[in-house]
Design a protein around this ligand. Structure first.
Ligand code: GDP
Ligand code: MG
Length: 184
């Protein structure tokens, strides 16, 4: 009986999170760093598995994040509705060293809101902060966009690990908090 209860409890906390953003911004590497503490210097867009389930501890509760990664289809702007279906959280990723990927964020946000609930918990992520000399998008610009769109914001580096876990945890914690408020 106890094990059934445990299972039911953890089933209550399985959140689908999607990684969204232009090709090569580092989506797959953010997931690899977070879930396996790995980094692929020359990764093609195909390293990703369809999704990865990651156990997390939120306020002493075990929460499972089912994190979805693209298989490179974002290159053709052909991410299917199945990818987004049921997502309650999203990491909207750009590369701070390529302005073009920041300019695409509005389109990705539209796509997200077309396929998901408007309330999908979203963090804007400026990745590759280790590339200091190549920076094309300032921290202030990223933060301003996030504030204007009502998104969380963080800058990360999948290469040196900075803020990677924090970015995923921000989203999962907020989803958890919203859910526990609803339950009560
Ligand atoms: P995706 O297409 O968005 O999934 O991007 P990938 O994770 O495949 O990464 C694309 C390229 O950027 C790869 O060569 C990675 O090694 C590199 N990359 C990813 N994250 C970082 C980072 O934080 N810093 C640096 N310097 N390179 C990164
Ligand atoms: Mg990828």
């Amino acid at each position: 009986m106890d094990s059934v209860t445990e299972e039911e409890k953890s089933e209550d906390y399985l959140f689908k999170i999607v990684l969204v953003g232009d090709s090569a911004v580092g989506k797959s590497n953010l997931l690899a760093r977070f879930a396996r503490d790995e980094f692929y210097p020359n990764s093609k867009s195909t390293i990703g598995v369809e999704f990865q389930t990651q156990k997390m501890d939120i306020n002493g509760k075990e929460v499972k994040a089912q994190i979805w990664d693209t298989a490179g289809q974002e290159r053709f702007r052909a991410v299917t509705s199945a990818y987004y279906r049921g997502a309650v959280g999203a990491l909207l990723v750009y590369d701070i060293s390529r302005r073009q990927t920041f300019d695409s964020i509005g389109r990705w946000l539209n796509e997200l809101h077309t396929h998901c609930d408007m309330n999908v918990v979203t963090i804007l992520v400026g990745n590759k902060t280790d590339l200091k000399d190549a920076r094309e998008v300032s921290t202030a610009e990223g933060r301003a966009l996030a504030e204007a769109q009502g998104l969380f914001f963080m800058e990360t580096s999948a290469l040196d690990s900075s803020n990677v876990a924090a970015a995923f945890e921000t989203v999962v914690k907020e989803i958890y908090n919203i859910l526990s408020r609803k339950v009560m």
